[in-house]
Structures are given as C-alpha cells and as structure tokens.
Ligand binder design. Sequence first.
Ligand code: ADP
Length: 393
Amino acid sequence: MARVKLEHVTKRYEDVTAVDDMNLDIRDGEFVCLVGPSGCGKSTTMETIAGLTLPTEGEVWIGDREVTRLPPKDRGVAMVFQNIALFPHMNVKDNISFGLRLRKYDSEEIDRRVERASDIVQLEGMLERMPDEMSGGQRQRVAIARAIVRNPDVFLMDEPLANLDAKLRVHMRTELQRLHKELETTIIYVTHDQAEAMTMSDRIAVIDSGELQQIDPPLVCYNEPANLFVAGFIGSPSMNFTTGDVTESGFTSDSFDIEFDPARMGVSPGDHVTLGVRPEDVYPVDQRESVGHPSMRIDARTDVTEPMGDEIFVYLVTQEDIEMDFEAAEAGQLLMSVSPDSDVDVDQDIQVVLDRAKIHLFDSETGDAIQHGLVNPTSRDSTTEEAEAGSDD
Ligand code: ADP
C-alpha cells in the first residue's frame, strides 16, 4: 500500500503537451480512476507513475520516496494493460509466476503466492490450462493474478477491460471492486469510459487536454461538476446546456427563461452564463408535484423519443426556439428522461419544468461552475414562481 503523489508533472513531446502541470495526491489504499477522452493524457500520466516515461518537469512520489527517475522495477508498482500479453506456450501457473521465477523466488513461496492470487481472481482449477483454452475474461484475470503475486504497493491499470465484451466488462468491474476490497492496495485505473469510472472509484480524476479538471468522489463530480467539461463528460446522456444572459430577474436565453435573484446565485445582470440541467431533472408538468423545487413551466414540443426499457429519452424543442424559427432548433434541444410508463409521444405540445435544485450555472467564457442549485430559501422561491406561472393558465 502506498500514497502516490504527482507534483507539477508536465510531459511535453515535440509539439504536444501530453500532461500539463498535473498535481495528484492519491491516498494510501485508494481506488482512483483517471478518466477523460482519448488523447487527453491519461496513459502518459500513468506512464510517469509507472516509470515508463520521464516527465519533462515535476516529481513523482510513491510512499515516502521520490521515484521520478527510478526504473519501473524499483517502484513497487505492478501494471495491467488493455492488451493481455500472456505467453502462449506457458500454462496459467507459469504465466502467473513468470516474474517471480525470473527473480529467483523459491518454489514454495511461488506456490503460496500463485495459490493466493488465483484464489482471489477465482482461477482455481485452471492453473494447468493454456491461454488459448481460456476466455477473454479469464485471460484478463490471469494478467491481474500475475500483478497480484508481486505484492505491489500500487496497481496501475490502463484500460484493462477495453477488449472485453460489454457484459463481461460489467462483471469484471465488480470483480475489480472486490479485489480492491480484499487487497486494500492503491489502484490507479485509466479509462475513457465515465460509467466505468463512476461505478468503481473512490475518486475520479477528470482530465482534459493534459490538465486535471477535477478530482472528487464520483457523485461529487456528478452533482457538483467543477466546470462545463466535467459536467458534459460525466453522466450519460450528457447534461443539457443552454447559453444565455443574467438579467435583474434571473436567466434569459433564446430557448427559455428561469427566474431567480442573481445576487443570491453569485451572478450579476449582464453576465454571460451557461445553464446546465441533466435529462433526469427535466419533468413533464403533470409530474411537478414530485419535484421539490419546480421551475416555471417551459412550453415545448416533443421531437424524437428513444425508449431504453427502464426510461424513455425525449428530445424537446422549446416553443421559443420554434417561434424564432431557429434553423438550429435542434441545437437548442432539451433532452428529458421520463419513466417508461409515461404517455409522452412524438410531435406533442408539452409543458415541462426543471428541478431548480438541480440547475447549474457556469461562466460561459471560462466554463467554471458558479452555482449548483438555484434554490433560494429566503426570497422568491419556487412555490411563488410556479404559483405565478399557474395563475396564467
Ligand atoms: P490518452 O491515454 O488519454 O488517450 P495519451 O496519454 O496516450 O492520451 O496521449 C496524450 C497526448 O500525447 C496525445 O496527443 C498523444 O498523441 C500524445 N503522445 C503520447 N505519447 C506520445 C509520444 N510517444 N510521442 C508523441 N506524442 C505522444
């Protein structure tokens, strides 16, 4: 077990800054996912921890040692990669124990460690099998067992499940969590799949263009994203974004308005802001009783629906967008998620409300979050707003 620290780590290739002034402090025994789109610098960050890449600037610490320039073998780390490189001519046991044999461990110690590792990843009874007699998931477990027998202080895993089919991937996620619980070892895990990161990690480090955007527990990244990038990347389908301006009485945009007291939400009239709301926080008006803080009604028209089984995604175009004859009405679409027994149909006029407690405001220029939740406990609250809207009917 060990704490892992990156201090101002930058890695530049000729004209690319793959990692840009990265600071990470991963606690002893923590499971942290590095997540972000392809090319954002996840693997390079991992390689600087593993010792496969020397940072251009900055320091890497594992435990109480600075390891920036130490070779991989002296860092106490074990790696599992996407491509499971097993030796095809060796059986499972020999594959798992290869590194130990190379380091001349005695055979009793090797047997003990192989037995424990194969027990943890549930490969008992398969030790004599050859790799080509095993499924993808089983081969990946051999690769993990090979890492376990080394008793590393830190596991580094780079997209280890990427080559597995969807069902097996979900199953292996659970296995990795179990493994983490059992070993209590620090695990740093690279993935581009936000769902994988959400389900497994103690904390998620969201990276974009080589820069750390936020490192927090999954639900904090989900409920209080630090900026537009995190808000859009975490959660599927993505958060809805509408750009507009702050007025004396709240938010106005081409698509819809939301009332609030700007002074209480950290914004001022004239500010350019982006309003964000997740699809599950948009409700048909007939469900507004179940919303703690419903916004004023928004008139909209349903466009396309996507039944997913456990929910239906409904694409809405607001009446304001339709009236403006927005060529880009599609761009102003608002996605709503409703329960499967909802009778929402395509090309219907509909009124929707947003849950004000779940509305986010971001600075349109910097992308930084300004406010999570537009609930104002003391002055005009949602009840007033909805009552006023209702009295127009
Ligand atoms: P990710 O793992 O998030 O997909 P990488 O860390 O592999 O991203 O790459 C980050 C950036 O650095 C990319 O633009 C990539 O092209 C670049 N890069 C990575 N390795 C090298 C290299 N050896 N030489 C030049 N550029 C590289």
